[in-house]
Design a binder for this molecule. Structure first.
Ligand code: ANZ
Ligand code: ZN
Length: 867
């Protein structure tokens, strides 16, 4: 595609404000970033995590979208057809809060923010294909989120149940476990989370726990740390289910990772919510049990399981029978046993489990060691902690003498064999992963497309009636969901039998919307279906995903789950959605902090920023980099940097300052440095005599002179290094250094009339193109090209150009290095010695000395031994 050079650009100064806007417009007009459909080219799906449309781009956004842009532009030049889409994760609470606080309807607020952020992204020159834009709050998108929900429902993967849920009393909504932090507080409102019993919608992600774990092995292109976080979240434990019998003859099954310690079980503990509590409780214990249950109900899971917390509990008055030795042991309730992990019941082995040990000590329950350590026998009376180490089984009937532990031939395996042979239990795996609670009692989310009919129960809204649209004229009181209060919307006839029925008023967790957006992008405008499987399969999996580490667990896990379900539904044929993952580091801003008062001082209030002093207290201030935030006065607005230096400089600084996965310390002084570099490139190109004469073929007809060979080596070294840096590890910072080196070599060159110099200038511009796309495009046109630099093939390396006919010879005298000299690579031993002697270094150090002998190491050094 031809792009005409634009007259108005002829200007001698580098002026980003002039060129950037015009090129952005030209690229858009010429649809330069449209996703190519030419299926003869290999595909490359570059994906960056889509943002929540808060209204303003921050430096973190600039970083992730600059990174994806470099990758996408580079891949296009390499000849791939690239999909580089963008969209908006647009449902969620902030829009509702804005509505409550400022009276703006959530939709209006959201779309205005989107328009603003889209412009900001365009200002950065990111090469997104805007035809693929998706907006999760738009009916043409959420229609398909609803349709997907119904697919899950049909597959038996969506269900409702009464559940003890995390209730956020400020936001008046249910939270997923994942949205409660380690202190039991809401991730959003910070409120102390309460427990409430409510009917909720769940997705059966637990059906896929094993696959989600196993398939992590396929993800060699992911950071090890993220794979580990996923594995830990899934939390597989292997062990056994063992069935005890209560006195009333009920089965009381426990999950244990140590079935081999069954003979050491001295009591049982069931969770206060366990269904057998009532039946087990004797009249004498009833009051105490009730009181304890009420107390436990108010506690969060974090509270209940915190390590080292004092153990509490109440005896039910009932007993159960140990299936391996018929011992009658008491059954207690205690809050450290969780209702929804394993079976909600445990056999307590205080000798070998620390929590059980603490419990036994608190309530004076017996302790029976069944693992004997190699050194010193255990005694219940003297133990101060549970013993979880190695040893030999004792007091354990058929297991006596077996080596304790997991693995072939060891006690756990033997115990499972014994249990299975006697039909008392079964080997099993248990997962920490719970089903995904997807319903929210909020307005600004995707409505769950079902109707509750008094006759038919849960009835899916027929496909033809999708989407179930969110009503627009709603009142926000800030309490609960306004949907539930809209009678006209809620009351509908049942789609099946016509009986007056009620719409579901819960909306979906926004993680639902983001679990499939990458399947929608390739076919974003499809009005007939969520995505055409043929098109999705053409592009999936994503080749490179880029986003924040904060999504290492949930978003990635849910997306992986969706992908597997779509595969099982026959809509997609990949197991995993994201082949490679890059988690970019944070952008930190410079703060001036008073170490005594811990106060962050506003930079404008500081007289001398090199020796900063607190204007109020006179204390010396510390300079530290921390996450950008208003309260720390250390934010830099991307718009300001762009206005002052241009998008290319902002991008270069982001790329140069740190490797992408590391945190980045943003300092305005560095920005100046990058701006100066681009100015140097500008002068270098605009002041050079280069016109488009075509590049030099690798084997140029005319032999090259030495200076030309040297320059060509510098050019091809840059091609090699930058290509390698962009290949796998994305070392953008060192790539930029290489560009600087090449620019210097060209600057220092005195063969500017040579064709090699032209090759150098063209190569520099092409290599710069993914990083600083506007200046590269402008300079490309200025040297006489009519087409876009972004449509040039990526420069190819000529390995021959790298071969040097010179080497650097080290000169030593008596083993001490004195200097070096450049010599022909072909020099013989004798010649090397002569070069060394006659060099400046040689003459200086050997003058007036007698050389006894010269030791020559070809290709490396000459060492003169003096007499
Ligand atoms: C007896 C035993 C003996 C246990 C021993 C451990 C060591 P992970 O590895 O986390 O899966 N457990 C089972 N269900 C529980 C629940 N709902 N709430 C709290 N604890 C529960 O831990 C599994 C172990 O945690 C199980 O193995 C059980 O204690 C306990 F020397 O059974 B064990
Ligand atoms: Zn009905």
């Amino acid at each position: 595609m031809q792009i005409q050079s634009q007259e108005s650009f002829v200007e001698s100064q580098y002026s980003p404000a002039k060129i950037e806007k015009q090129w952005q417009k030209t690229w858009a007009d010429r649809k330069l970033h449209e996703t190519a459909t030419d299926s003869s080219k290999p595909k490359f799906y570059a994906l960056s995590m889509f943002p929540y449309p808060s209204g303003n781009l921050h430096m973190g956004h600039v970083r992730v979208y600059t990174i994806v842009d470099v990758v996408a532009r580079h891949k296009r030049m390499q000849g791939y057809r690239v999909l580089n889409p963008m969209g908006w994760d647009a449902f969620g609470l902030p829009a509702e809060n804005a509505a409550i606080e400022r009276g703006i309807p959530p939709a209006q607020w959201t779309y205005a923010n989107i328009d603003q952020m889209r412009e900001q992204l365009k200002d950065l020159g990111i090469s997104f294909d805007w035809d693929k834009e998706v907006t999760t709050c738009s009916p043409d998108y959420y229609r398909w989120t609803q349709w997907l929900f119904l697919q899950f429902l049909q597959m038996g993967l969506a269900y409702q149940k009464e559940a003890l849920v995390n209730w956020d009393p400020i936001d008046q909504t249910v939270l997923a476990n994942e949205q409660v932090d380690s202190e039991g507080k809401s991730w959003r409102s910070g409120a102390k989370v309460e427990r409430k019993l409510l009917r909720q919608w769940f997705f059966k992600i637990t059906d896929y726990a094993e696959q989600l774990l196993q398939d992590l092995d396929q993800l060699s292109g992911w950071p090890e740390r993220v794979r580990l976080m996923q594995a830990n979240w899934i939390g597989k434990s292997t062990g056994a289910h063992v069935t005890f019998a209560t006195e009333a003859g009920d089965d009381l099954t426990v999950f244990t990772t140590r079935p081999d310690t069954l003979w050491g079980a001295t009591f049982m503990v069931i969770s206060p919510e366990h269904p057998l509590v009532e039946k087990l409780t004797t009249p004498a214990q009833a009051k105490a049990i009730k009181a304890y249950q009420a107390e436990a109900a108010g506690k969060s899971e974090m509270d209940r399981t915190a390590e080292g917390r004092e153990k509490t509990g109440v005896w039910t008055g009932g007993y159960a029978i140990n299936p391996v030795n018929d011992a009658k042991i008491p059954v207690w309730i205690a809050d450290y046993v969780l209702v929804d992990y394993g079976t909600g019941a445990i056999m307590a082995v205080p000798a070998h489990d620390q929590r059980d040990f603490e419990f036994a000590k608190t309530f004076n329950l017996p302790i029976t060691p069944v693992v004997q350590p190699p050194d010193k026998p255990l005694s219940a009376d003297t133990m101060t902690a549970a013993y979880a180490g190695e040893g030999v089984m004792v007091n354990s009937g058929p297991l006596d003498g077996v080596a304790a532990g997991k693995g072939k031939g060891k006690s756990v395996e033997a115990a499972i064999a014994h249990l299975e042979a006697n039909q008392k239990g079964k080997g099993t795996a248990n997962y920490r992963l719970r089903d995904w609670l997807i319903s929210r009692q909020r307005y600004w989310g995707c409505p769950i497309p079902v109707v509750h009919c008094p006759k038919c129960g849960v009835v899916p809204v027929p496909d033809a009636e999708l989407p179930v649209k969110l009503p627009e004229d709603v009142e926000f009181s800030g309490k609960g969901s306004p949907l539930a209060q809209l009678d006209a919307w809620v009351n509908v006839p049942c789609p099946t039998c016509g009986t007056p029925a009620k719409r579901e008023t819960d909306t979906m967790d926004t993680f639902m919307c983001s679990s499939w957006y990458f399947m929608r992008y390739p076919d974003a405008q499809n009005a007939e279906t969520a995505f055409d499987p043929a098109i999705a399969n053409d592009w999936m999996p994503v080749d490179q995903y880029i986003g924040g580490i904060e999504h290492a667990i949930l978003h990635l896990l849910y997306s992986r789950f969706f992908t597997k379900v779509m595969r099982d539904r026959g809509l997609l044929n990949c197991d995993e959605p994201f082949q490679r993952l890059l988690t970019q580091g944070m952008v930190q801003g410079k703060t001036y902090k008073n170490p005594k008062t811990e106060r962050y001082v506003v930079p404008q209030d500081i007289k001398d920023l090199t020796n900063p002093v607190d204007p109020e207290t006179g204390d010396a201030l510390e300079i530290v980099y921390e996450k950008m935030s208003k309260s720390k006065h250390n934010g830099t607005a991307p718009g300001e940097v762009i206005a002052k230096y241009g998008a290319d400089t902002a991008r270069m600084n982001i790329l140069f300052k740190a490797p992408p996965e590391k945190d980045l310390e943003w300092d305005d002084a560095d920005v100046e440095g990058q701006f100066r570099f681009l100015n140097r490139v500008w002068r270098l190109v605009t002041e050079s005599p280069v016109g488009a004469q075509g590049s030099v073929p690798s084997s140029a007809a005319k032999p090259l002179a030495k200076a030309e060979k040297d320059l060509r080596r510098a050019i091809h070294t840059a091609i090699k290094e930058v290509s390698e840096d962009l290949q796998d590890e994305y070392q953008f910072n060192t790539a930029v250094s290489e560009l600087m080196k090449l620019s210097n070599a060209l600057n220092d060159s005195d063969i500017k009339q040579s064709r090699v110099y032209t090759e150098g200038i063209e190569t520099l511009i092409a290599l710069l193109a993914p990083f600083a796309p506007h200046i590269a495009e402008e300079l490309w046109h200025r040297i006489g090209h009519a087409d876009s630099v972004h449509q040039q093939p990526w420069p190819t390396l000529d390995p021959e150009a790298l071969i040097s006919d010179e080497i650097t010879l080290v000169i030593q005298v008596m083993g001490k290095t004195r200097g070096t000299v450049q010599v022909p690579a072909s020099a013989t031993r004798e010649e090397l010695e002569t070069y060394a002697r006659n060099s400046d270094v040689g003459q200086r150090y050997l003058e007036g000395q007698t050389v006894k002998k010269a030791i020559v190491v070809p290709g490396k050094l000459v060492n003169f031994v003096l007499g």
